[in-house]
Ligand binder design. Structure first.
Ligand code: C2E
Ligand code: CA
Ligand code: CA
Length: 900
């Protein structure tokens, strides 16, 4: 990470600071040492210069003094001779002997060039170099004038001058000579050869690398080496400090600019005690420091080297430290990242190290296993944790404990699942580590297992009724068959179908249909119990696998119980319902040797039951299959009958008991089967309804009958039977109207016959259809009255014009008083309600007579006429005739009724 690279850690910073401090210390120490040695070097140079200056000054003083002694000696000698007059005195001096003495002295002293005696007027009295002395007046000279004017016994040094004789630079030492009475007598002169000094200084300076200069108190140069300063002049570089030093009576040392080039020099200024001259000895500062500089350079080099080494060392240490810190930081970061990661993964992780201690336990593991954080943070042994868990009741039994312990010491990966006391299901994965430890990973798979369970459940159950679905049912059937084979017991398979379920769905909506199925499933379960498999195998189909491993031998009893239970009224959306089911039963191994055969045979039995009606139970038998096949063929035939024009409509006349004449006719359908001959409608109407053929067939009958009736010579009515399926159709009214328009039959001549079954669970459209048709003038009659469940109430609720008393009552009425009573009652009610009455199935004259005597208006039956083919019916209408074998026939005198 950048922050780790960018900055130094506190430790590194401290180290750097320590390094810097050490460096500064080193530099300071070395500097101080160098300054110190420099000072020492300078000090040594000063001392040395002083020492040399002192020595040189002494030598210089010796040269001066030697000259001075000679001067003083000659002066003393001159003064000691007592001459009478100054002239005499002068004459005494002006001698060749004296000159010889002077010359001898001058020769003895190398520094002395000449000795001269000057008289009071400035003339040379004697001169060491030459005899006689040259005529020369020195009265203009500084020393002469000084002594002429000053009574001074001291010494005077002249300013340097070039010798007029040899051109050498000379300075004169002079003393005053007093006359006998103390008057100015003249002066004694010693000419100092200044080159003597220069030579002397050269000797010294050459060896010592010195600069030596001899100046007078005014700073005028007398001699110098190695400089070639012009004598008699003050050097330009003579500073004020130097001037002050010259004036001082004692020696001093100063540092200042050199006289020649102004470069820094150590200058020892040494005045001579007895003579007004000063010896300056100097060394160049750089020269003085040359040794020091060399040493300092070496020292500095060594120091720099040492510092470099130190810097490198520190750098290496810091780098190492940083590497260390970085790896520590990396380690910390890694460990931090690791623990953060561990805490944020969805699984619980526990790591047990090779010593059996819990090294890692993430947050999820704590939560998932309800482990106390304090215990887990204490790096406990796995055994301690295990003991805690056992005490906390974590493991329901010894087996679970054993499995846990086994997974702790497994030498290969183990995965298992266990359910915690709180119901959560954990998947535990144990992976052994090379060091003998183990990593345990916990995943909460409760939801996964629950949804798997749910998926499994949904895959095998019907979501509406919660019963087993076809998949589970098939599997169970195979299982039960295998079990039956093993246990040598039998098995019953019940196939259940809800009667008229389509009607419920169509007329009450799918919600009601679903509710009905749910209720049905409840009743099945209640009746059968939870042992046997109950399945919903299709829309309104159910199946029950009933192992007959108990005392029962067949399932018929149970099946009938179920039918009864289902038949009990039930309530759906506030409406009372009566459901009805049909059941087909097949037994294993009696009726089938395989599951598929058993299924097929139960299905055949169910089909048979449905074919025979509703609410029936049928057990498979061998003949059933043949019947089924016949039925199947019948279906096929029926489907093609329409196209093959095998249908015919016949007409059974209805006669009026009042007029004795034909009042109308009922249209009845006939099927001429090519093999089976004439098939009665009772044998195929239900089938046609089932096959969905009834609507086209019914409308064909209606159209045929209307067309036929419209042809009749009498405007009598025609009655057409309608199947409940037709009446439930919303298009009925429109279709009927169209047929009437097409055939030209006036609506009032058409009567539609419907049965009570239609009214049991009426579709709301039925009533509106009836009203619509009645509004056109069409009439309705209630067929087969008295046979069904209907009561008289229907007659009030539905707009009927007539009732047809079923032939059952008519046929019994002569012999059975109760049947007669019912007929009587029906006739009476009809009169009350203003309904017409048709008595069906009049087969005997007695029946006719009885009906007539009770004012039954209309009669229909074989006694009067069987159903007639269209052509015969036309003739029947054409020739109205009285009742055929009526003992007291009604004459056909009355006009024919047109109502029926
Ligand atoms: P249904 O409406 O009660 O018709 C009267 C039935 O009684 C007819 O039987 C008729 O032949 C029969 N019959 C008439 N007089 C006597 C008699 O004196 N004694 C006896 N025992 N029977 C008599 P069919 O034609 O076999 O019709 C049977 C049923 O089939 C009809 O009963 C009717 O419900 C139905 N059907 C006939 N034609 C049609 C049709 O076109 N459409 C519909 N939906 N149903 C029809
Ligand atoms: Ca009828
Ligand atoms: Ca009837």
């Amino acid at each position: 990470m950048p922050e780790h690279r960018a900055g130094l850690s506190a430790a590194s910073r401290r180290l750097v600071l320590a390094g810097i401090a050490l460096l500064i210390g080193m530099i300071a120490t070395v500097s101080i040492a160098m300054v110190d040695t420099r000072n020492h070097a300078l000090e040594a140079a000063r001392t040395e210069t002083e020492r040399l200056a002192k020595a040189i000054a002494e030598q210089t003083a010796v040269a001066f003094r030697a000259t001075d002694i000679v001067i003083a000696a000659f002066r003393d000698e001159i003064e000691s001779k007592t001459y009478a007059t100054p002239e005499a005195q002068a004459a005494g001096i002006v001698t060749k002997e004296f000159q010889k003495e002077l010359d001898r002295q001058a020769t003895l002293l190398p520094q002395a060039d000449a000795f001269t005696v000057v008289d009071a007027s400035g003339h040379l009295s004697n001169y060491s170099r030459r005899w006689p002395p040259p005529h020369l007046n020195l009265s203009d000279r500084d020393y002469f004038r000084y002594f002429r004017d000053h009574d001074d016994r001291g010494i005077f040094l002249s300013k340097p001058v070039t010798n007029r004789g040899n051109g050498l630079w000379t300075a004169f030492l002079a003393r005053r000579i007093d006359g006998p009475s103390g008057q100015f007598f003249g002066i004694m002169l010693g000419a100092m050869d200044l080159s003597y000094f220069r030579n002397f200084y050269r000797e010294v300076a050459q060896h010592e690398n010195l600069a030596i200069t001899l100046v007078d108190r005014q700073g005028r140069v007398l001699a110098s080496y190695p400089y070639d300063l012009p004598p008699g002049q003050r050097p330009k570089n003579l500073t004020a400090a130097w001037d002050r030093a010259l004036a001082k009576p004692h020696p001093s040392v100063m540092t200042g600019p050199g006289l020649l080039d102004g470069s820094a020099r150590i200058i020892s200024v040494h005045p001579l005690a007895d003579y007004p001259v000063v010896v300056n000895v100097s060394v160049s500062a750089s020269g003085a420091l040359a040794g020091w500089r060399q040493q300092a350079a070496l020292t500095a080099l060594a120091a720099v080297f040492a510092m470099l080494c130190m810097i490198l060392l520190f750098r290496a240490i810091i780098l190492q430290l940083r590497r260390l810190e970085r790896s520590e930081a990396d380690l910390a970061r890694n460990s931090n990242t690791l623990s953060t990661t561990l805490d944020h993964i969805s699984q619980g992780i526990v790591m047990i190290d090779g010593q059996g201690r819990v090294a890692v336990c993430n947050r999820q593991a704590l939560a998932m296993l309800d482990l106390p954080p304090g215990l887990m943070a204490s790096n406990p042994s796995a055994e301690t944790v295990f003991a805690y868990q056992v005490a906390a009741g974590e493991f329901p039994d010894a087996e679970e404990e054993h499995r846990y312990r086994g997974s702790l010491y497994a030498d290969k990966p183990v995965t298992y699942e266990r359910q915690r006391p709180n119901g959560r299901i954990l998947e535990v994965q144990c992976v052994p580590l090379p060091d003998g430890g183990v990593v345990r990973t916990y995943s909460d798979v409760t939801e996964r297992r629950q949804s798997e369970e749910r998926i499994r459940y949904l895959a095998h159950h019907d979501p509406l009724t919660q019963l087993a679905n076809r998949t589970l049912f098939t599997a169970r059937l195979e299982e039960e068959i295998a079990r039956a084979n093993q246990g040598a017991h039998r098995l019953a398979l019940l196939y259940i179908d809800l009667d008229r379920f389509k009607y419920v769905n169509d007329s009450h909506g799918h919600g009601a249909g679903d509710a009905l199925l749910v209720k049905l499933a409840e009743r099945l379960t209640l009746t059968v119990g939870f042992g046997p498999t109950i399945a919903r195998t299709g829309g309104d189909e159910f199946a029950i696998i009933l192992p007959l491993d108990g005392p029962q031998h067949d399932a018929s009893h149970l099946a009938r119980d179920i039918v009864t239970a289902v038949r009990q009224p039930l309530e759906i959306d506030g409406n009372a319902f009566r459901a009805s089911i049909s059941i087909g039963i097949a037994h294993y191994p009696d009726h089938a040797k395989s599951a598929s055969d058993l299924l097929r045979n139960a299905d055949i039995a169910l089909y048979e039951a449905k074919n025979e009606g509703t609410g029936l139970v049928r057990a498979f038998d061998a003949g059933m299959e043949a019947r089924q096949q016949a039925l199947f063929r019948r279906e096929q035939d029926l489907r093609s009958a329409f196209e093959l024009k095998q249908f015919e409509v016949v007409y059974q006349p209805i006669l009026s008991t009042v007029s004795g004449c034909v009042a109308g006719a009922e249209a009845l359908l006939r099927w001429h089967h090519p093999i089976h001959g004439l098939v009665p409608p009772a044998d195929f109407i239900t089938l046609a309804e089932k096959l969905g053929l009834i609507e086209p067939l019914g409308f064909w009958v209606l159209e045929t009958a209307c067309k036929e009736a419209a042809q009749w010579s009498l405007e009598i009515g025609v009655a057409v039977n309608l199947s409940p399926v037709q009446v439930n159709s919303e298009t009925l009214a429109r279709q009927v109207q169209q047929i009437l328009e097409r055939t030209g039959l006036p609506p009032h001549r058409l009567t539609l016959e419907v049965t009570e079954g239609l009214l049991l669970e009426p579709n709301p459209t039925v009533l509106s259809t009836m009203h619509a048709l009645r509004a056109l003038g069409i009439r309705f009659s209630l067929d087969d009255f008295g046979t069904g469940h209907s009561g008289l109430g229907y007659l009030r609720r539905f707009p009927f014009d007539a009732i047809k008393i079923d032939k059952l009552f008519i046929q019994d009425m002569v012999e059975h008083a109760d049947a007669a009573a019912i007929v009587n009652a029906l006739l009476a009610v009809s009169v009350e309600l203003g309904l017409e009455v048709v008595a069906e199935g009049v087969e005997t004259a007695a029946q006719l007579e009885m009906l007539r005597s009770r004012q039954c208006q209309y009669v229909q039956g074989f006694f009067l006429s069987p159903p007639l083919p269209a052509a015969e019916m036309r003739l029947f209408v054409l020739e109205p005739r009285p009742f055929p074998s009526c003992p007291d026939p009604v004459l056909a005198a009355e006009p024919p009724a047109i109502r029926l």
